[in-house]
Ligand binder design. Structure first.
Ligand SMILES: *Cc1c(COP(=O)(O)O)cnc(C)c1O
Length: 427
């Protein structure tokens, strides 16, 4: 399908931006073709630079649980922008947003607002290291915690060894402060703790993983994490940047009933504007400056426009409580995708939780990064373009999670399944 305006904009962008984008997955490298430049969004719909319309299941990777340009959120942001976009001094809204977050996440006794999820994740680890006086952090392969140096790390060779950089520009010595284990691997976890337990400051985990495609924690995984960290004096950090206010209003910690010591948030809490937050136990957060000596700051942290949009988003989520309805819709979509894949004879695993879902192109169950990594990325690319050409915008990469918003309707899902039937046939 021709998109001459996107082509031209992409050519111009590549002259000034690396790969033409400000975040790599936008460049369509894993699905091929020219990235679609967007012009506007409204509810569940996107309009591209050529004037074509799409049903949006990417939703800016998570923030837009109320869809694009929800009028009340736009109004709140505009109102804030008109009276002062930033002061570099405290404002009342920041306290109100922090209170609203703590109400939903009582484990976040003290919290700080940042401008992105990356900042929240890297700062939360600093807090954990400051509190424990330990250096090592354990993460899981396939989980994403932003692009801070110590998180761009893959498992070293052999079990229970220190990590290796999986990005250029990350010093090997930095990567060696990170241990990497497989998601859902309880035996592996026990091994890591047996060897390194006394040196681990924190374990950071996506309680429901959404950055290797959607992978749910198996029974006992989060419980084991909670027990092992407690036993070894390490802190448990839930990265709920995606799951926060999406899996449920209270996030994965409310659904699974497991309380982490620390939590990071992002995406939805900014209502579509730049925002992150981290927080948790008062004794741990007491190490953050100016209370303590772990430094962390931000010129635009707690930005009034983002705070206003976030507050309005949370207010609407409480008032309308869309979670059950959107989850039911996502379930219908997931069931339909399984049916259409089977009909087309395409091996696929469809995972769904609340308003999130992923179609994995593989015969085998997916439970961790090694099993996700077996997926047929080329099949996903054909599926993606099949959807795109039929007016449906899915995330442009196999290992991302599709999202629904409160604006998606049953008719939208029906239309999506018709497009999916064609897309699977083209796989
Ligand atoms: C998106 C994401 C981040 C990073 O947030 P940014 O706002 O993109 O910096 C961190 N952790 C998880 C789980 C995420 O999904």
């Amino acid at each position: 399908m021709k998109r001459p305006r996107s082509e031209a904009l992409y050519r111009a962008a590549r002259r000034v931006l690396p790969g033409g984008v400000n975040s790599p997955v936008r460049a369509f490298r894993s699905v091929g073709g020219t990235p679609v430049f967007m012009r506007s969004g409204s509810g569940a719909r996107l309009t591209d630079a050529d004037g074509r319309e799409y049903l949006d299941y990417c939703l800016s990777w998570g923030p837009l649980i109320l869809g694009h340009c929800r009028p009340e959120v736009v109004k709140a942001a505009c109102k804030a922008a008109r009276i002062g976009s930033t002061f570099g001094a405290p404002t009342e809204g920041e306290t109100r947003l922090a209170e609203a977050i703590r109400e939903a996440y009582p484990s976040m006794e003290l919290l700080r607002l940042t401008s992105s999820g990356t900042e929240a994740a890297m700062s939360v680890l600093r807090a954990a290291r400051a509190f424990t006086g330990r250096d090592l952090v354990l993460k899981f392969s396939g989980c994403y915690h932003g692009h801070a140096d110590s998180m761009l790390v893959a498992a070293g060779s052999g079990a229970a060894t220190l990590g290796e950089p999986n990005s250029e520009g990350v010093p090997a010595s930095w990567a060696q402060t990170t241990l990497v284990a497989d998601y859902n691997d309880i035996a592996g976890l026990k091994k890591v703790f047996k060897r390194w337990g006394a040196r681990i400051a924190a374990v950071i985990v996506e309680p429901v993983a959404a950055n290797m495609g959607l992978v749910l924690p198996e029974p006992g995984f989060l419980e084991t994490l909670r027990d092992l960290t407690r036993h070894h004096g390490a802190l448990l950090v839930f990265d709920e940047v995606i799951t926060g206010f999406r899996l449920a209003y209270g996030g994965a910690q409310s659904v699974y009933g497991i309380l982490p010591d620390l939590t990071c948030l992002g995406k939805i809490i900014g209502g579509g504007y730049p925002m992150g937050a981290y927080g948790g136990r008062r004794d741990v957060m007491g190490h953050i400056a100016p209370l303590g000596c772990a430094y962390q700051a931000g010129t635009l942290s707690g930005n009034p426009v983002a705070v206003a949009a976030g507050l309005e988003t949370l207010r609407l989520l409480i008032k309308e409580d869309p979670y059950e309805r959107v989850a039911a819709l996502a379930e219908t979509l997931a069931a339909g995708l399984r049916r259409e894949a089977a009909r087309a004879g395409v091996p696929a695993q469809v995972h769904q939780a609340a308003s999130m879902l992923t179609v994995f192109f593989t015969r085998k169950p997916v439970r961790d990064w090694p099993s996700a990594d077996c997926c047929d990325r080329k099949a996903y690319a054909r599926f993606f373009h099949g959807l795109l050409d039929n007016g449906v915008y899915f995330p442009p990469a196999q290992f991302e999670t599709a999202m629904l918003s409160s604006c998606h309707t049953e008719r939208d899902v029906e239309r999506t399944l018709k497009a999916a039937a064609r897309a699977f046939a083209a796989v």
